[in-house]
Design a protein around this ligand. Structure first.
Ligand SMILES: Nc1ncnc2c1ncn2[C@@H]1O[C@H](COP(=O)(O)OP(=O)(O)OP(=O)(O)O)[C@@H](O)[C@H]1O
Length: 215
């Protein structure tokens, strides 16, 4: 069953057509990889699907509750990770104990009292993931969630995403790390120049698929 449906999605930034007439669907119970070269339009498309930016044309429908982590971690650099998550939880009407649960889930309990501005890239990724997981969403949209993580962190995120998909969740992630993505995703969407150039199962080498689709 599909839980994200994108129809004719176009997003312009002034004269730049960042995303042009995208149509695809993303199924439940799977991890879908969103691939493409720098500037292909991945972040723009994910932002429009997540409702963070209004499409110029077309639409994206997400079925179910949504958790998003796109760019930076969203935390004020002077705030602690815990304070940041507590304010998000309060906005979403979630109990404070959920903050402690996600801090434990992303292994940030010890760093939770430190300012987010002092966090390493990997720690910011964990904090962003924690904020996306707060509401235990049906659909997770993550922009480059593997970036900056150490090998243990990459394996941990991969297992977390696989578990969510196995439990019937929907996971859509962008990545440049093709070898890592290959071990994580079931389906692949490839963007190039703002257009969808490939969509299908992630069979075989993602690197070969990427270079063929974007040649
Ligand atoms: N706010 C903006 N204003 C103007 N142009 C933008 C804006 N955001 C993105 N663009 C342009 O839209 C195009 C797509 O950018 P986008 O960030 O979506 O690509 P991407 O696939 O996520 O790239 P990367 O892999 O480098 O993160 C690029 O040409 C970019 O310069």
């Amino acid at each position: 069953m599909n839980s994200i449906t994108v129809e004719g999605l176009t997003k312009r930034h002034g004269r730049v057509v960042a995303v042009n007439d995208l149509s695809f669907s993303v199924r439940r119970g799977a991890v879908t990889g969103f691939l493409g070269p720098n500037g292909a339009g991945k972040t723009t498309a994910l932002g429009a699907i997540a409702g963070l930016a209004r499409p110029t044309r077309g639409r994206a429908v997400v079925h179910g509750t949504l958790g998003v982590h796109i760019e930076a971690c969203g935390a004020h650099p002077g705030r602690t990770a815990r304070a940041h998550l507590r304010s998000l939880a309060a906005l979403a009407g979630l109990p404070r104990r959920r903050v402690e649960e996600v801090l434990e889930l992303v292994d940030l309990e010890e760093a939770a009292g430190r300012r987010a501005g002092r966090f390493s890239l990997g720690m910011r990724q964990r904090l962003g993931l924690a904020s996306a997981l707060l509401g235990d969403p049906d659909v997770l949209i993550l922009d480059e969630p593997l970036n900056g993580l150490d090998p243990r962190g990459i394996r941990w995120v991969r297992e977390l995403l696989r578990e969510r998909a196995a439990a019937g969740g929907t996971v859509l992630i962008s990545s440049h790390l093709l070898a890592e993505a290959e071990q994580t995703v079931d389906d692949v969407l490839v963007l190039n120049g703002g257009e969808l150039v490939h969509s299908g199962p992630a069979d075989g080498s993602l690197e070969d698929l990427f270079f063929e689709a974007t040649a």
